[in-house]
Design a protein around this ligand. Structure first.
Ligand SMILES: C[S@@+](CC[C@H](N)C(=O)[O-])C[C@H]1O[C@@H](n2cnc3c(N)ncnc32)[C@H](O)[C@@H]1O
Length: 509
């Protein structure tokens, strides 16, 4: 661990332990917004597994293009010889163990099982000195991760034990080299330490274990963001971070109420968050915010009040105008939304995307009447609708939904949140495509303001965004110059008319 401390101090970082929180990562110098605090390659990683071939990914870099299957195991895919070569030392061993598994079973192994198999094979290669170790990349760092075994419930423990037995069976290592209980503990470690690897647009690609990044604790109001550049995990400062600040990222979706966030953190990470947002739990402002995010709207459409449950439990009363919404009415709408959601699934699975979209619009209509305009439920419905409309290439309507979502993101996410930047980006692309170049310049500039902090400026994704902004700016100024020309022509026309008038006036004289 001393080597880790030295390596981190060279990056301007320090690890300390706080009772009740465990290890924490602190800055040992100032960091400015957008500056990389820490980056790390995964100790082990594995792509997601979907049923369709279109979702296959390269086992090394996670891209989905030009894939070729490993001809031996037929489980692993690579996009290039160079990715295959980079993964060769580990895959050579994995391939050997996979070949001992029945072909059908081998293909249906879950990513978690594969990740654990790779973890043990990497440890083996490390101990045999086939793979070099470094201060930030070695199995001791995996050993140091929290497992929360004593907090895990019985049902989950049984599942971990079953998964551990399967890994043990696949690895077929001698008894002195492996023990099932240790594998089960490692599954518990993965649950609260592994990260979902996403692309620049936050679409999940796979799972990776990054043992140094895993030292970073959570806050619902984080000062740093974790994003991925291929398989590389990169943590950037989202705001100015003076020396001595604890580096904090968000582990969960932070748009929900304090109760929802606390529940998610307790269930997966076994702690009670005391961040500046969570310590307000129970205060008037927090109760009010929860009622807006997850409660119901006033029956009077012109009233923007939020509702609390009334004292006789009959319904919910608007805290602004006093109108009551009865529980029965709310239950009826909720049931209707549920049955429509089932209809959406049926249409989607039969490939009728247009019908699925129109039923989803009916759900939105019901929710607009039921929920507050900043409701998280309504937000999720609109996000899905936006995705559906994009797939149907209905750009005009997609833009409308993009614009409905933006103010909600502005309210529920901090100003530097990647989702906010990405939403501005989508909005800008749609506006540009629809010939609304001035709107596109505004939206793309807003996207750049956020994403240059969260994504940096040097990635291909950001270069593309900056190029699109330049194109939109050029188009907007060209349109302006056309307008100026038109105005110039009109001016010339009126001058001509004036001259003609002058002539006829003089003629008349
Ligand atoms: C990925 S680890 C973070 C590093 C961890 N503190 C350690 O000692 O290795 C996640 C675990 O850290 C702890 N943790 C993270 N954020 C926390 C917070 N804000 N308050 C208390 N504990 C936290 C929880 O035990 C959680 O399961």
């Amino acid at each position: 661990m001393e080597e880790l401390e030295t390596a981190l101090s060279q990056k301007g970082l320090k690890v300390s332990t706080i009772p009740g929180k465990g290890r924490c990562l602190f800055t040992a110098r100032d960091f400015s917004p957008g500056e990389v605090i820490l980056s790390q390659e995964p100790y082990v990683s594995v792509p997601n597994k979907n049923s369709s071939d279109s979702s296959l990914k390269c086992d090394w870099c996670f891209t989905s293009t030009t894939l070729k299957k490993c001809s031996a195991c037929q489980v692993v895919w690579y996009c290039s010889g160079s990715c295959q070569k980079s993964d060769w030392k580990l895959h050579r061993l994995e391939c050997q163990v996979l070949l001992k598994v029945d072909k059908d079973k081998r293909k249906s192994l879950t990513p978690s099982i594969r990740l654990m198999v790779k973890l043990y094979l990497r440890r083996k290669l490390e101990s045999e000195k086939v793979i070099p170790i470094s201060a930030t990349d070695n199995y001791n760092l995996v050993d140091a991760l929290v497992s929360h075994m004593s907090d895990v419930d019985e049902k989950q423990l049984v599942l971990y034990a079953q998964m551990a037995n399967l890994v043990n069976l696949i690895l077929q290592l001698p008894e002195n080299e492996i023990n099932v209980k240790e594998i089960a503990v490692n599954f518990s470690k993965l649950a609260c330490n592994a990260h979902t690897i996403c692309d620049a647009e936050l679409r999940p690609l796979g799972t990776g274990l990054y043992p140094v990044i895993s030292i970073i604790n959570h806050s619902c109001l984080p000062n740093a963001v974790l994003l991925f550049e291929g398989r590389l995990a990169v943590v950037r400062a989202a705001q100015r971070m003076p020396k001595g600040s604890e580096v904090l990222i968000s582990y969960i979706e932070t748009a929900g109420s304090t109760t929802t966030r606390q529940k998610a953190l307790k269930e997966q990470y076994y702690f009670c968050c005391n961040c500046p947002r969570c310590i307000k739990m129970g205060e008037c402002s927090d109760i009010q915010e929860s009622a807006i995010l997850e409660g119901y709207r006033c029956r009077d459409k012109t009233c923007s009040g939020f509702l609390f449950c009334d004292s006789d439990n009959k319904g919910f009363v608007c805290q602004h105008c006093g109108l009551l919404r009865e529980k029965e009415e709310i239950a009826n709408v909720t049931n209707e939304v549920e049955s429509l959601s089932k209809e959406v699934s049926v249409f989607q699975s039969s490939g009728n995307h247009r019908a699925a979209t129109s039923v989803h619009k009916a759900i939105e209509k019901l929710q607009v009447n039921l929920c507050h305009s900043f409701s998280v439920n309504l937000l999720r419905t609109r996000e899905t609708l936006l995705k559906m409309l994009m797939e149907l290439q209905d750009w005009e309507e997609a833009l409308e939904y993009c614009k409905l979502i933006l103010p909600v993101y502005q309210r529920v996410y901090p100003g530097f949140h990647p989702l906010l930047g990405l939403q501005y980006y989508t909005c800008g692309k749609l506006e540009w495509f629809l010939g609304k170049s001035e709107g596109a310049v505004y939206s793309l500039s807003k996207a750049v303001d956020v994403l240059r902090i969260t994504h940096g400026t040097k990635t291909p994704f950001m270069k593309e965004l900056l190029m699109k902004l330049e194109e939109a700016q050029a188009e907007a100024s060209y349109k302006h110059s056309l307008k100026d020309d038109e105005a110039g022509c009109l001016f010339m026309d009126s001058l001509e008319n004036l001259r003609a008038l002058e002539c006829s006036f003089q003629d008349a004289l």
